[in-house]
Each structure stands twice: as structure tokens, then as C-alpha cells.
Ligand binder design. Sequence first.
Ligand code: NAI
Length: 715
Amino acid sequence: MAALTRVSGSVGLISLLNPPVNALSAAVRQGIVDTVRRAVSDPQVKSVVICGQNGVFCGGADIKEFGGHMSGPPLVPIFNTIEAADKPVVAAIEGSALGGGLELALACHYRITQSKARLGLPEVSLGLLPAAGGTQRLPRLIGVPAALDLITTGRHLTGAEALKLGIVDQVTDQNTVEAAVKFALSIVGQSLESRRISTLPCPCPADIDAFFEGVMQRVKKSAHGAIAPVACVQAVQAAATLPFTQGMQREQELMATLFGSGQARALQYCFFSQRVVSKWSSPSGSRWDTSKPKPVTKVGVIGLGTMGRGITVALALAGLSVVAVETQQQQMMAAQHAVSGMLERTARRRGVSLVGDQIRYSVELEAVADVELVIEAVFEDMALKEKLFKQLSTLCKADTLLCSNTSSLDIDHLASQTHSPQLVVGMHFFAPAHVMKLLEVVYGPRSAPQAVATAMELGKRMGKVSVAVGNCSGFVGNRMLMPYVEEASFLVEEGASPEIVDRALEEFGFPMGVFRMSDLSGLDVGWKVRKARGLVEPGQMSRVRQGRRYSPLGDLLCEQGRFGQKTGRGWYLYDSAGSREAQPDPWLQSFLEEYRARQGLVSRRIDSQEVLERCLYALINEGFNILQEGIAAGPEDIDMIYVFGYGFPRHRGGPMFYASQVGLAQVLQRLEHYQQLHPDIPHLRPSSLLRRLVSSGSPRIQRWREIIRMPHSSL
Ligand code: NAI
């Protein structure tokens, strides 16, 4: 797991070997202990280079070890031994030095890195902190502000950026290990006093207390309730104010708190779930490992509105050639301008270079005749989409995949308009499509496995978290959103204000509550959907529609021209149209009072617990229905959709993981309680899958798939 060889006469070369990323498993740690001891005691070895085999230095801790009992030597004493060695130790960083990998490099006396290598301390994204001295050594090396930035965000740096910050001593485009060996030969005998980072003073800003107070406020605000970023600040504060040994103790204490927390479990669950969802399967038996994607180089995008523009940018950034079609001339010009601006800004931010002429614009649909895949993003209007799919099916090549970005319409119905329904799938992006990480790939009963595999692969090329889901109204994300949003409106009818509901949800960790979110996306969007479903009765206040509870509040606001931020008024009041600063609106308050009086509703006090339980458990309950119906293959699929597409706090793992942490019996009991109080709300009726899981002893979330597949009678 770690090998020692002597090279160039006197350099001890320690190579880590644990493919694919040389993670610091127990065996690798033992290997480092043994090889370092041998190198230090071998009189023929005058200096040491540590590198990783296969072009990767070290990807950090072995996350598979997190769940179980930790065995093998701990990292802290290993790193202290390396730093204390009286022979110079040089880290040769190729590929990546992340987490424990970078901490290992920081324990070495010198660091030489490949310019393209990635360095970082991403522990915070797993709900942890760099607990092998990373929070104590990095600030001593590069100063408190720069270290805080890296440790609290977990962001990665290139070798060149690391050089600028002073994390590494040399960057090379040549063979890194050879450069490090050459360097190691050149420094034999030099004093190592100033190279042991733990002995250095920590460069601090002038008014350190005020500095940390400001940082803490900022970090808490952007953490939305996540505790790891806060603990990272506390650990760096210890580096700035305490001697190294005491700082290390503080780092350990903070790590112990984080390690046992539900948040770390949730974040690690997210880490694994992201991989689980890429291994998709459908009830018809098609699977990721038996379905080969079709090669795609040229894609057509139809409709260059909000979504089409973002999709075009995402495709171009992934290196695909795009034919972008928009029928309205004026809209086309605006789109061309917007796309080139978005493309340039995003490419600059990501540091990628663009190939010129990658996008061809046209007002003629025939321009997509030779593409391999089309993504349709015209208005959400079934008649329009039907017509378009018929046309596309005739004018495109026989094997062209036809995809729709519809947010809720029936994919199978669209497929039925074409000559080859097996080539039709949904590719449901989220706005802004070049930024949001989620892609729902919607397969219909007739979609070919290859069509699903191709859309999933294309999503991957665009850097998306792609989740394959079945076809139903709203698919997974928007279908679950309905009961969540409806429950929020019911709560307002019963006595809550939009502010009370939003505050509870934002304190839970959502970046925005239901009402601020509706104001941002536009109240008219939902209004149009409800109209299409025959739910809207203009001017009517009836609270029962289609045989169930209905809140006409959103419709009544739209009838008043209150569409949210874009009109300066919605659930909140804004300084002007387009402004983002939401203020409580006194008009709304009296409107609600009058509304309740006319409905005969007696306003009551609603606390945040009721807000959370009714909104979230309604959402979760729909998630169980979706699992039961096979629309999502497993809870991980739902959770990744909610974390990456709907702002569900990642440190809570997603709605289904959250339910498992609350306890399924508790969720069931509260749903039963609310259903008794509100029998006219169908989405509060507990899902039969939830009941089955509870009656089978509320198994761990990783076992739900088994229970879902089990015939009911065997329980
Ligand atoms: P939009 O109204 O901004 O853009 C639609 C564009 O399609 C317009 O530029 C229009 O001129 C063009 N168009 C209409 N008929 C056309 C035709 N026959 N050929 C070529 N272009 C045509 O709409 P938006 O918001 O971009 O939505 C597009 C689709 O994406 C809809 O199905 C919507 O449900 C879905 N969607 C929207 C999201 C959003 O947040 N806006 C999120 C996810 C999906």
C-alpha cells in the first residue's frame, strides 16, 4: 500500500498505492508509518519524496471506513512524525491532493505540484472538518483569511492557484516526481527549522476578535443551519489564538462533535446517493449497465426562451455543437445576445475555453434535420408540442432522439405523436439550465433503454446530476412540490402569514420559503398550470374543487395582477417591479382577514412545528407514493432531485433521508393526526408504502428498495 525505493542514490521515494485515488485506508496509513520509519533510519537516504502511483497523489480519507470501526494507525501522529523528521521530505503532487491528501502534503517540508493538479480540503461538504491538522497548519502557512475561504467552502484549487497562495513551493508542467527528486537532492543538509509549519506563527488580521465575529456571521448566514462550516471557523480561530498542540486538541473536539452528528451522516448519504442515481434502472428492467448510450455530437434546441437559452449554453460548454431554433425573429436576436453573454461569463468563471462557431442559429425548424438529438423547450402547451413532435418525427433522421423539456406534460403522449415513440424521453432541466445541477430524465413506457442511457450520458457530459424517473404528471420533483405548496396556502388560510411559513422553512435550511420562491418564479406560472387542469374558477372563493380542499388564494392574487417580484407585488411587497427585497404587505394582511371572514374561517396561531410537519410530511408522503408506484427507483433518486433541484438542505440529506432520521413511525403518526383534523386534504392520507415500512420495523433507508420490491403478502 506504500512502497519505499531508493532513487538517484540518496532519495527515499515513498509511493502510495491504493487505486483509484490512493485513499488513506488503514493499510495505506500503516504503509506510510513503515516506509517513513525505514527512510528516516536508513543512513543512505538523505532526503525523502512522497508521491502517489497512477498519477494521483492522494484523494484523502477512505470514506468507506466512516461507517464502521476505525482500525489502523491514526493520521495525526503519522503527520507529526513526518514533519519532525530530520531529513527533508518533499510531497510530489500529481492529479489531486484532497482532504487528508493535502494534510499529508502540509506535513511535508516542501510541496511540488503539477500545474493542473487539484488541491483542497473538501471535508466541509461531508459535514466534517480537516481533522488531521489541516485547520491548524493551513492558516499558519497562508494566513487566516485565505485558509478560512478554502476550509469553509471546501473549494478546489489548481496547482497554479496553490502556488499563488503559497500552499506549494513549485509548480511544474514536467514529470512531477522527477522534479521533486531533483529538488530533494538539492536541499540535503539545509535547515528544516522554518519548514515545519506547526512551529510557525499564524499570520492574523489586526483586530482578530472583530474579524472572527464578522466571519462567523457571514458563514452562519450562508450555511442555512449546516454546522460544519461553523465548526471550521472555530477550528481556524483556534489556530489563530492558541499554540499548535492546543489548537490540535480543539480540532479533535470539534471533529468529534461533527462526526457523530446527523448532518455528517446526511451529507455522506448525499455523497453516495449521487453515485447511486447514476446507476439507474426502470421497472421494465432496463438498466445503466446493460444500455449503451448513442454517441451524440450535434444537438438541436427548439425554443430560445428562458430554458432554451440555458440549455444551449450548457450544451456548448460541454463541447457539443448546437443548432438553436427560434421562430420569432425578435426573440431570436435577444436570445443570441443573451446566450453569448452567458457563455462568455460561465466559460470565464469555469476557466474553460470555447470553440468558435459551436452554435448555429436558425428560424427554420428544418435546420435540425441532421442532428442526433433534439431538446424541445417551447411554451408549455400540449397542442403546440404535439404539432412540433409530429414535424420533428418527419424531418429528423430516423434514429434522432426527440426530448422534451416539459415540466409536467405527458411524455408518452408526446411519443405517440411520432413515428418512433421509443426514441422519445423527457429531459427536464431546471432554471437557470446552465447553472442548476439537476436533470430529470423522464422515460415513458415505450422509451428505449438506449434513449434513456443517451439522455443520462448527455446530462453527465453537461456536469449534471441526472436522475431517471418514470412518466407521471409533474414527474418526481414538481409532483411532490404540489402538496408542499398547497399545504403552505392552507396554513395561510387557517391563520399563518406568508412570513411565518417562510421563516419556518428557511430556518429548516431552505434558501427560500414557499412564498418568497413563488414570488421569485412568478405566481402566474402556477396559475396557468391550475387553469390547464380546470381548477381555476375566476372570481370564485370556493374551497372545494374537484372533490377536495383547494385554496383559491393564489388565483385571487393573480386576478389582482399580483404576479410576484416581476410586478412588485405578490405574497410580499417589493420596492418596485423586479426588486428582490421582500417586505410584508399590509394590504395582504387585510385581504387575508377579509378572506377568512368571508369563508367563515377562525384564524388560529400556527407555530413553526406545524408549518414544518404539514409542508414537509405532505411532500415526503407524496415521495412514498412515488416510490410505491415505481416512478422513482429508490429514495436516493428523490433525495438527489430535491437537494439539487429544489434547494432542500443538503445537510438534511433530502426529504426521504430526513424522514428516516425523524423516524418513519413518527412521520406516520403525525400524518394520521393531521389527516384526522383535515380529512378533505387527500395528500395527508398516509401512503401505504409508509405504513408497510413502519410495520416492517422502519428499516434503514438503504433497505427500502428491498421492501418496495417485496410482494405485500410476504410482509
Ligand atoms: P419561454 O416562454 O421563456 O420560451 C419559450 C420559447 O419558445 C419562446 O421564445 C417562443 O418564441 C419559442 N417558441 C414557441 N413556439 C415555437 C416553435 N414552434 N418553434 C420554435 N420556438 C418556439 O418558456 P420557458 O420558460 O423557457 O419554458 C419552455 C419549456 O420549458 C416549457 O415546456 C416549460 O414548462 C419548461 N420548463 C420551464 C422552466 C422554467 O423555470 N421556466 C423549468 C423547467 C422546464
